[in-house]
Design a protein around this ligand. Structure first.
Ligand code: NAD
Length: 387
């Protein structure tokens, strides 16, 4: 466990999440009172010229093309795994064995089996570990959790409804990027974005007990990836290849505490870019949230006086709200990148104290158990128990 007051980070992967994470590592100590200085030590990718250019652009000290070298470097305290899903288990396990604190992107791995091996490795090594479900640390979501815990929605939660909708692969000509290949991604929309609303359900409501879901691949073949571009800017090649993951998933479920779940995740909702909407109904009130208006939380109280009831609109930017007081005066809103800053600030606190920090790899494992139960349900057309 690192004892020094400087924590040196080695980050594997430097593209979409690499950019968000680089910013968060740099900003965390500037806005939160942290017990350690964070040093952006080594950035790792596969191509020498690309990783060196990313090192300069994102502000890292060194560049490497071999993640093993970074993991084994004795001067590194924290390994940040920001690579595609098929590499998470191997890198995170090696990092834990080398005694590093590990922060790993979601989904934790490709399968429950891999997740179990990762949990095993971090527990054996006794290292601090976290899965990057950053949406937990949107101030409005953290506030929702506080309100539910304090009983403001009542002692029973009846419903958790969540939708995560995007549209970036609706065009059948969009190429076969890694997110559409099961060998690399594990699953499609399911592990990529349904995993987030499953995590928020577990965070806000409780553990799932059983699920009944259905998954669909609308476009079965796509142009293979061309020579240039990645992610949303990917260019298509000439040949066609098979899509081996789901495009959309929809499910109902039950939580152990008796609440009902209703979830939908899709990348085929034209006009929806990163549309995460939640509604939670309890015995004394309701909460509603929309990520595209992420500084607000809607709250309905059943005990408001008759004739005055209605959803109130809380602008979650005040000192009394989680994380918000570390930024700007009330009403000066924050955005997507701040969710990572909050996550990393809490992670650094935990690493210095040597204490667990949610969501842990066990949360990643439980999430994967829900994902796999839904997959099994979709295949068998039956309800499936979770875990
Ligand atoms: N928390 C979130 O909201 C969120 C959002 C997007 C992605 N993610 C997760 O983050 C991870 C990365 O996604 P992304 O969108 O940044 O992908 P990306 O394709 O944009 O970037 C992946 C990076 O990994 C590098 N890489 C791949 N294999 C490597 C290897 N063997 N060694 C070193 N580097 C390697 C690539 O060069 C690239 O820099 C995925 O697991 C994804 O599910 C999480």
């Amino acid at each position: 466990m690192p004892t020094s007051r400087t924590l040196r980070v080695g980050m594997i992967g430097y593209n979409f999440m690499g950019k968000a994470h680089s910013n968060a590592w740099r900003q965390a100590g500037r806005f939160f009172d942290l017990p350690a200085t964070i040093e952006l030590a080594t950035l790792c990718g596969r191509s020498r010229s690309a990783v060196e250019s990313a090192r300069d652009r994102l502000g890292w000290a060194k560049a490497s093309t071999d993640w093993r070298e970074v993991v084994e470097d004795p001067s590194i305290d924290i390994i940040d795994v920001s690579t595609p899903n098929d590499t998470h288990a191997e890198i995170a396990i090696a990092a834990a064995r080398a005694g590093k604190a590990v922060l790993c992107e979601k989904p934790l791995a490709l399968t429950v089996k891999e997740c179990e091996a990762m949990v095993d490795a971090v527990k054996k090594a006794g290292v601090v570990h976290m899965i990057c479900h950053n949406y937990r640390r949107i101030p409005a979501i953290a506030l929702a959790r506080q309100m539910i815990e304090a009983g403001e929605l009542g002692d029973r939660i009846y419903h958790y409804r969540a939708r995560y909708a995007q549209d970036w692969i609706t065009d059948p000509e969009f190429p076969l990027v890694w997110r559409l290949q099961s060998k690399i991604a594990g699953s499609g929309t399911h592990g990529d974005i349904n995993a987030h609303i499953i995590d928020l359900g577990r965070y806000l409501v409780g553990e799932f007990s059983e699920v009944c879901g259905t998954m669909e691949t609308f476009i079965k073949q796509r142009p293979v990836l061309g020579a240039t571009g990645s992610g949303l800017s990917a260019k298509k090649g000439k040949k066609l290849g098979r899509v081996t993951v789901d495009d959309a998933v929809t499910l109902i479920g039950r939580f152990r505490n008796g609440a009902l779940a209703n979830l939908e995740a899709t990348r085929f909702a034209y006009g929806r870019k990163n549309h995460i909407t939640l509604e939670i109904n309890g015995s004394k009130g309701s909460l509603a949230f929309n990520f595209e208006d992420m500084n607000r939380l809607q709250f309905f109280r059943a005990d408001d006086p008759e004739g005055r009831r209605g959803f109130r609109d809380i602008l979650v930017t005040e000192g009394a709200h989680p994380y918000a007081g570390s930024w700007w005066p009330p009403g000066h809103i924050i955005g997507y990148e701040h969710t990572f800053v909050h996550t990393f600030a809490d992670f650094v606190q935990a690493v210095v104290k040597g204490k667990p920090v949610q969501p842990t790899f066990v949360d990643g494992l439980r999430n994967q158990q829900v994902l796999e139960a839904i997959e099994q349900s979709s295949r068998s057309r039956q309800w499936v128990r979770v875990g």
